[in-house]
Design a protein around this ligand. Structure first.
Ligand SMILES: [Zn+2]
Length: 409
């Protein structure tokens, strides 16, 4: 794809905010600032340019609605009875009318419409491999994984030791759900990882509800990362990990949505949920910059992509999200943003979603777009999510609403 520039831009990176900048994209990467290109689009002062967001934990084949939680007034001891409730739910029966390829595309668009360029899908390669090519965003393919660290795990992959050893050899992340529950076994997740020699800087640990203060110190010492999914945790367990202690200890924390069967509708909603929960738990603000880091640089580090995405610096992949400004402070603004505020999403230099009036010229460089109306504005999008949505409605036999698809059908 040819070079192009975003001019008159306020560019936010984890390190600094550049105003009146021109951001040059070339060969799928950020080429630099202040350089011009024959093709350019002016962002203007009413929007902010961010690194595209990263969703550190999703289940792309499970993004259907409504949410499925425990009976009123009760909570789960671990994830296992939730799985049984999900599979017995009307939502699951309805979802059975959709094939797995459709579910993967829905999951990808859920993320696309919230400004996410990179997702960690918590399924093993043997399950998600066939469905990743052709999705409009990047779903990480370079990872090793275990489902869980207890006897009721789903035995994905080759087991903790082998998967972790492969992760070390290939310099990939090793991802696992951990301590998602309160039975004795779930609470010993860190012990299981230690005994397997798998607690190190490759490890991305999802949920971590049962962590003791000693567990937090061990995770910090090991340089492991945590994927925090607060909305999902509260629905299933009525609590979340010791998030303030994790942050104060200096643990690298990234934010994840989990699937919409338990988590927020998308990552933007999860960011708001995280802040309101934190305020409720501790009576203090979770700074907007901290949340921004959780969905950009921290997540990139957790996924073994440090410096390659989650930042807008020369040499990084051109993963860019432009949002309409909702506040003067760029970080606060992003935390207030909704799907309708997303004005441009670029994945590895390729525009995949954008406001036609302002960014149409950039879309002339690619192909395979369709037009959508979102909040009264004309948008271009990669692929055909409107046909996808119509197909879902035909398959289930009624006008199903999926909150994360913001366009008018
Ligand atoms: Zn999960």
């Amino acid at each position: 794809m040819d070079a192009y520039a975003l001019s008159d831009a306020t560019v936010v990176t984890p390190r600094k905010i550049r105003s009146s900048a021109t951001l040059l994209v070339e060969g799928g990467r950020v080429a630099g600032f202040g350089l011009s290109a024959p093709r350019s689009a002016a962002v203007g002062p009413a929007s902010f340019v961010y690194p595209a967001l990263i969703n550190a934990h999703d289940h792309l084949r499970g993004n259907y609605l409504p949410r499925v939680g425990p009976p009123p007034g009760t909570f789960y001891p671990n994830w296992s009875p939730w799985d049984a409730d999900l599979k017995a739910s009307p939502a699951y029966a309805e979802r059975a009318a959709l094939d797995v390829a459709t579910m993967y595309r829905l999951g990808a668009y859920k993320n696309l419409f919230s400004g996410v360029a990179t997702v960690m899908d918590h399924f093993p390669h043997e399950i998600n491999g066939p469905y990743l090519p052709g999705l409009p965003i990047r779903v990480l393919a370079e990872y090793c994984l275990a489902h869980e660290c207890s006897s009721f795990d789903l035995k994905w992959g080759d087991g903790i030791e082998a998967e972790h050893a492969r992760a070390v050899e290939r310099r990939w992340p090793f991802v696992t759900h951990l301590e998602e529950g309160f039975d004795a076994e779930s609470q010993d997740g860190i012990g299981v990882l230690e005994r397997a020699g798998a607690l190190d800087e490759r490890a991305l640990l999802v949920h971590c509800l049962g962590f003791s203060e000693e567990d937090i110190r061990k995770v910090r010492r090991a340089g492991a990362s945590v994927a925090w999914c607060p909305a999902s945790n509260l629905l299933m367990f009525n609590l979340t990990c010791k998030i303030r202690k994790l942050l104060r200890a200096g643990v690298n924390v990234a934010l994840g949505t989990d699937s919409t069967h338990t988590g927020s509708a998308n990552l933007l909603a999860e960011m708001k949920y995280a802040r309101s929960l934190y305020r409720g738990l501790y009576g203090e603000e979770l700074p907007a910059k901290t949340v921004f880091d959780m969905v950009t640089a921290n997540a990139a580090k957790a996924l073994g992509l440090e410096g390659r995405t989650g930042v807008l610096e020369p040499g990084a992949m051109a993963d860019i999200a432009v949002f309409r400004a909702r506040a003067e402070d760029a970080y606060e603004s992003l935390c207030l943003a909704e799907s309708g505020d997303l004005e441009l999403l670029v994945v590895g230099g390729e525009p995949v979603y954008g406001l036609e009036a302002r960014y149409g010229r950039l879309f002339e460089l690619g192909s395979g777009y369709e037009r959508l109306a979102v909040g009264g504005r004309r948008m271009l999008v990669k692929g055909d999510p409107a046909a996808l949505y119509r197909g879902v409605r035909t398959a289930v036999g009624f006008a199903k609403e999926l909150d994360y698809l913001p366009f008018e059908v």
